[in-house]
Each structure stands twice: as C-alpha cells, then as structure tokens.
Design a binder for this molecule. Structure first.
Ligand SMILES: [Zn+2]
Length: 477
C-alpha cells in the first residue's frame, strides 16, 4: 500500500493558491477606493538618528554562495537584493515609518488595526473566490486585532450571528451558509467565537452534533489531527466514539477520538527532520507547527514531543528555515523567506523550548534569532503604503492571513514561554509568558504586541474563558 494515499494531518490553515491570488492581487481598482478611506497612522516625526546599530549579518549578502546557478538560486538572490535596502534602512520612508536606534521601524499599529477592521467589513467583489474561507477572515482579523491590543468585543454579536448561519445540523461549520462542514473552517469559527467571547456566542455551538460529526471523521490510523484536537479540547468534548463512527473498534472500546494521533504525527517526521502533511510527503513549516501543537494538546509537551519526535533532527530542520541576511523563515527547503512562516516556524520554538526545558537537556538561550525575526517582520513585512496590514515580503500586498500570522510570529519573537508544572495536581500544566529581554532588544517597548497562547494561537484569556464555560456545564446541556 502506498503511504502517500494516507489522509493528511488537518490541513494547515493557509489560503489556497486561488485565494492567495485574490488576497494578493494588486491590480484591482476596488482597493484604491478602500485605501482612500483608511486614515494614515499617526507617526511621531522623530528625525532618524545618524548612526543606526545594524549588524552586518543583516546588511550584506551571505558569505557563502553556491556557484551553481538554478532557477531557485536566481530567485533567492533576487529576493535578498530586494530585501537588503529594507533591512539596512536605506530606503527610509519618513512619512510612513519612524526608526529606532537599531535601524528598525516602529510598528505601524494604527495602520494595521485599520486594515484588519476594514477586512472584517464589506470586501470587493473578487473576494467571492474566498467565499468558502469566510470563517478564516473572522479568525485572522480578530486574532490580529487582539494581538495589536484592540478590544474586539464590538464584534461579538456579528460573530455569533455569522457562526449561526454557517453551522450544519449534522455538526460542524461550513465556510459559509449552505456549505458542507469542514474541520479547518470549524476550527476557525470556534477560535473566532473564543476570541470574541460571550456566552451567547458559545451557546451557538451544538457540541453534541459536533462530537458526533468528529466521530464520523475519525481515521483509524490517527490522521486528521491539530484542528480536531483544538476543537475537542476547547469545547471539552468527550473522547469516546459511538458504534456509528467508521473508526469504532468493537474489540477495543478504549480507541477514541485522539487514539493513534501521536503515532501518526511520529510517522509524519521526514528524513530531513521536519514534519509533513502525511507520511512520506515533504516537510513543511505549517505541519511542523500543527504536529507540535497537537502533541502539546495530547499531553505535557516536555514528555510528548521527545517521545514521538526526533528532537535533534527537527531542531536542525527548523533552524535551517531561518535565513541570513533576511532574518525571517522559509516554509520548506530551498524556498524563499515568507512572513507567514514567522508563525508556522517561529511559533514552533516556544513549544520546543518548553519540551527541552522539561528534559535532561534544558536550553538557556533562544533556539532561534529573535533579533533576525523581529528585524524581518518590522523592516520587511509591514505594508509600506497607507493601506496598512502585514505581508509575505517586500513587493507583495498585505492581506488578512499574513497580518494574523506575521503578528503571531512577532509575538513569538517578543515573548518567552515557560511551562509551569509546579502545582499541576494531575491538571494540564499552565503556560506562563515572560517578556523576552535577553540580549539586545531591537524593538521599542511601545511596539510590543500582545502574547497569544502558544498552542491555540488566541489570547490566553480567550482559551480559559471558553474551556471554563463548557467545563462548568458538565455534559452537553
Ligand atoms: Zn505566506
């Protein structure tokens, strides 16, 4: 049997190429009318300092250069050449950006907030291609706004009503009204409801139907993982399978919704050390995060991650995703740096650090260059027009997807997570966040974004609020 036939882990929450095209198409006049409605960010007009402290690592091409010229090496060189002026602050735009003494621009918070509010409103007609991704826009925008420090409770009623229109009586949420339920869109709706908060929103979810629906999706080999594990744990669903589930094992009643998942994740680690969508596929940053997130939900990550994954090879692969001079991450071997991997790869490190710190080989330093990541994000991923929002790289348009995951990566770079296991009394360990101050901090205090839970990627208060609500109910009523 070919292993490539196996079902994938839950799909990484990324736009399809078709949607990415819509999100990043800059030849649309509709946007110019939207742009004119966006007020400019109020920048403090500080004159740039005469000398900025930028390490030459970030201002010069790599010392080692493979002489073999291929299509891949050519586009890599072009990308570095396009990015260097941004990293060395030689193309300063004083009307839109202010720079600190490290040559790093300030976060254009107000412009990004405006962009995300706009993305939650009426969108140009061509976004019809993203119709099956409507829950994603809710999640990306609400999560982005929360990280930027905005109060999103104003969207409670709208999120509740939209969620209601997308739920199917057979369980789960579709991408829009009248669409089939899907694990990925259900994951996005549940997270959006958690961020917006409020019992009326939580009450929308038919948890019994959700539980039965998940039972119908359960694969005997353990595939279909991160999105399901997030939904199950946030909604405090029972793990049992009913005899109607295709995965139900009459001879093994203990086989449940999460059985076999950890072993499936183990089989997705590739010869490179990274994690793929299914056994024998190519290692990819988004699946690395989903795999680590999944293992962190199945048990204490300091135990589950080393138990199911080869840590040294995973660490080697993850570290190879961070490039110099760019500072940001790529998603796969020989691919270009892209802002969204600031999250998919960058957010793997807190989970890995937690795993190692609970083991016999604790780490005292960061396992990645926080400075490099923060420089890439603030220098290269901030839209440099009045539109605002965050993007893949210079030359690309900002969009809601990249805004969410670039900000989440920024949050991973600006904070340190510790797993507090002191008083767990059988309960799951608590994640504690600390501001990361090690070494030189190249961002200003006012540019810090809020921390998000390292596994659920929503504010910790939102995780607690939703879990406690359903736990207190005890059962489906
Ligand atoms: Zn991207």
């Amino acid at each position: 049997m070919s292993t490539s036939q196996q079902p994938p882990l839950s799909p990484p929450p990324q736009p399809t190429s078709e949607i990415e095209e819509v999100l990043t198409d800059d030849n649309d006049s509709d946007y110019s009318s939207i742009d004119s409605e966006i007020p400019l960010s109020s920048t403090t007009n500080k004159p740039p300092l005469p000398t900025m402290m930028i390490d030459s690592l970030f201002t010069t091409p790599p010392l080692l250069h493979d002489p073999l010229v291929t299509q891949t090496s050519t586009v890599q060189d072009e990308t570095v050449n396009e990015i260097l002026p941004f990293l060395s602050a030689s193309n300063k735009q004083p009307d839109l950006f202010t720079y600190n003494e490290f040559g790093v621009p300030n976060l254009r918070r107000e412009a990004h907030v405006n962009f995300l509010h706009m993305s939650l409103g009426r969108l140009p007609g061509r976004f019809v291609a993203a119709d099956a991704s409507r829950p994603w826009f809710l999640y990306w925008c609400l999560s982005g706004l929360a990280m930027l420090g905005e109060d999103v409770t104003q969207y409670r009623d709208a999120v509740r009503d939209t969620a209601k229109s997308m739920q199917n009586p057979t369980g789960g949420f579709g991408g829009g009204g009248g669409q089939l339920s899907h694990l990925a869109t259900t994951y996005a709706v549940v997270l959006a409801l958690a961020i917006a908060g409020g019992e009326e929103g939580f009450e929308v979810i038919d948890r019994r139907a959700m539980w039965k629906w998940l039972g119908g999706l359960k694969q005997r080999d353990g595939g279909g993982a991160y999105c399901a594990a997030v939904i199950i744990t946030l909604l405090d669903l029972p793990l049992d399978l009913t005899p109607e589930s295709p995965a139900y094992k009459p001879d093994d009643p203990s086989f449940n919704l999460l059985s076999g998942v950890a072993d499936y994740v183990r089989r997705c680690q590739t010869y490179e050390g990274g994690i793929s969508s299914s056994p024998s596929a190519e290692a990819h940053g988004a699946y690395a995060f989903c795999a680590l997130g999944c293992l962190s939900l199945l048990g204490n990550p300091s135990r589950t991650i080393p138990q199911y994954l080869n840590l040294p090879s995973l660490l080697s692969w993850l570290s190879s995703r961070q490039y110099a001079p760019e500072g940001g991450f790529s998603g796969r071997t020989n691919k270009l740096v892209d802002g969204c991997y600031s999250h998919w790869v960058g957010a793997c490190f807190p989970l890995l650090e937690a795993a190692l710190n609970g083991s016999s080989m604790p780490v005292n330093d960061s396992l990645f260059s926080r400075e490099g990541l923060i420089r890439y994000i603030l220098c290269c991923c901030q839209d440099d027009t009045k539109r605002g929002g965050l993007r893949d790289k210079p030359g690309k348009m900002s969009d809601a997807y990249h805004s969410c995951y670039v900000l989440s990566g920024l949050s991973a770079g600006m904070h340190q997570w510790v797993l507090d296991e002191t008083e767990n009394n059988g309960e799951e360990p608590e994640w504690m966040v600390l501001p990361c101050l090690e070494g030189e901090q190249v961002f200003e205090v006012g540019d810090r974004v809020r921390a998000v839970h390292p596994v659920y990627v929503i504010p910790q208060g939102a995780v607690r609020g939703m879990k406690n609500y359903y736990r207190a109910k005890g059962g489906f009523n």
